[in-house]
Design a protein around this ligand. Structure first.
Ligand SMILES: *[C@@H]1O[C@H](CO)[C@@H](O)[C@H](O)[C@H]1NC(C)=O
Ligand SMILES: *[C@@H]1O[C@H](CO)[C@@H](O)[C@H](O)[C@H]1NC(C)=O
Ligand SMILES: *[C@@H]1O[C@H](CO)[C@@H](O)[C@H](O)[C@H]1NC(C)=O
Length: 402
């Protein structure tokens, strides 16, 4: 595992170095946006720009209704679906119209909104700052939960006239929901049901290679973190794309490398829909701030769910305490459903098992019975529709007259 990590770190370093070389000339394959993907299957698509309190401009995609239903006039309850780390709105579309969550919701009569966190390919703009400004990248998943999610929810409610939305998050899409529920508890009333697919909250038992291999370097404040924080990590660029595209094509020589990447990310590729891997490679990694990764690694090292650790001095300035304050998740009063996978290395079952006694309105902790169910299987498995999507949609429908 260590050897693989070193190779991949070297690769990342190379890729980062290349990114800033203006002389590199590789033609970027034209990538479809989420809206174009949706339209290519005959569904209506809209793009909406949302401004956060702190000036970030986010793009959301919307499937307002289904061409398979006669529901333009409504009622069409709204759902917000939020992606994980390194990802974007595309991930909930790639399984195609029969099997991807966004279409499954649309075909059940929902007005579907796909969020995009600050910093990813669709949400890389700001009212005042350029992305070259170092402060632009000075955010972690704390800000995504405290600012981006509330802004997107308010925008959906204002546009649709609904009083509340359903929320589905994968991975970091859950972490950010927990941040919102704890720091902006007034938003709990704007949620009908919250579905947390593979939630990395407490992370002491994580075995993900990327986290373990970087823990000693950046898991606690110090030189490592200072060198790395506040910048874009693995930006979407032609080089990254070329490497992943090639690795995840069906060529068996390269496919092993794609498997190594997936495993490094905490997943066995056993259940993954192999047909969509080239599309995953096309759309990922969609860009994050290094602080998001560092914040997760801090969660692993501290075994606490708490705010970003800047080191005692800055913590004192920002929070008034040496150590960062813990998020009070007992304040999350939304109706919550937790989904955990037995082979998930990033959101480990043991860590998820600590949550129920802290959550005041937990409806169910659903452990997927398949012993091989991993972190990415919640969105990309061959069996994702039957195992996850059908259940999530059915539970949502219990709260609406659909
Ligand atoms: C970014 O936002 C600024 C300010 O609102 C706007 O003028 C500009 O057109 C936007 N750029 C892109 C690429 O959308
Ligand atoms: C792993 O999970 C167990 C059970 O929830 C917990 O008590 C323990 O603190 C975790 N281990 C580590 C190293 O965090
Ligand atoms: C696998 O992915 C392909 C390509 O996106 C899609 O057409 C197919 O329906 C998917 N299969 C399943 C079972 O999700």
């Amino acid at each position: 595992m260590l050897k693989v990590s070193v190779i991949i770190l070297a690769l990342i370093a190379t890729v980062l170095a290349v990114e800033y070389d203006p002389y590199i000339d590789i033609t970027l394959k034209k990538i479809k946006t989420s809206a174009q993907r949706i339209e290519s299957f005959g569904y209506p698509a809209e793009t909406h720009e949302v401004e956060t309190e702190d000036g970030y401009l986010l793009n959301m995609f919307r499937i307002p209704y289904s061409p398979n239903l006669d529901n333009v006039k409504g009622p069409r309850p709204a759902v917000l679906i939020q992606h994980g780390l390194f990802s974007c709105s595309d991930c909930f579309l790639l399984n195609g119209p029969d099997n991807a969550l966004a279409y499954n919701y649309a075909d059940a009569g929902y007005d579907v909104w796909l969020g995009n966190a600050r910093g990813n390919i669709y949400s890389r703009n700001h009212t005042k700052m350029s992305t070259k400004h170092p402060y632009y990248w000075a955010f972690s998943w704390h800000e995504i939960g405290a600012y981006d999610l509330p802004a997107m929810i308010d925008y959906i409610l204002a546009t649709t006239g609904e009083k509340a939305v359903h929320y589905v998050g994968h991975s970091q899409g859950c972490t950010t929901f927990f941040v919102m529920g704890a720091t902006r508890p007034e938003y709990n009333d704007k949620i009908k049901t919250a579905h947390m697919l593979a939630p990395p909250i407490f992370m002491g038992n994580t075995t993900t290679g990327i986290i373990l291999s970087l823990a000693s370097a950046v898991g606690s404040p110090g030189l490592g973190a200072e060198l790395l924080q506040n910048q874009v990590f693995l930006p979407m660029n032609p080089v990254v794309q070329r490497i992943l595209d090639t690795a995840c094509s069906k060529d068996p020589h390269f496919f092993t490398f794609c498997q190594i990447l997936a495993q490094w990310w905490g997943d066995d590729v056993g259940n993954l829909n192999v047909t969509l891997l080239p599309q995953v490679a096309e759309t990922h990694p969609a860009g994050i701030s290094t602080n998001q990764g560092i914040h997760f690694i801090q969660s692993y090292v501290s075994n606490e769910f708490r705010q970003y650790d800047w080191g005692p001095k800055t913590n004192m300035d920002k929070y008034g305490t040496d150590v960062p304050p813990s998020y009070d998740i007992t304040k999350i009063t939304s109706k919550m459903y937790l989904y955990s996978g037995l082979a998930d290395e990033s959101a480990n079952v043991q860590d998820i098992a600590r949550l129920p006694e802290l959550l005041p309105n937990l409806q169910e902790l659903y452990e997927i019975e398949d012993e091989t169910w991993g972190h990415l299987d919640f969105i990309f498995a061959m069996q994702v529709k039957e195992t996850i999507n059908d259940k999530v949609v059915a539970i949502s429908k219990q709260y609406d007259n659909l």
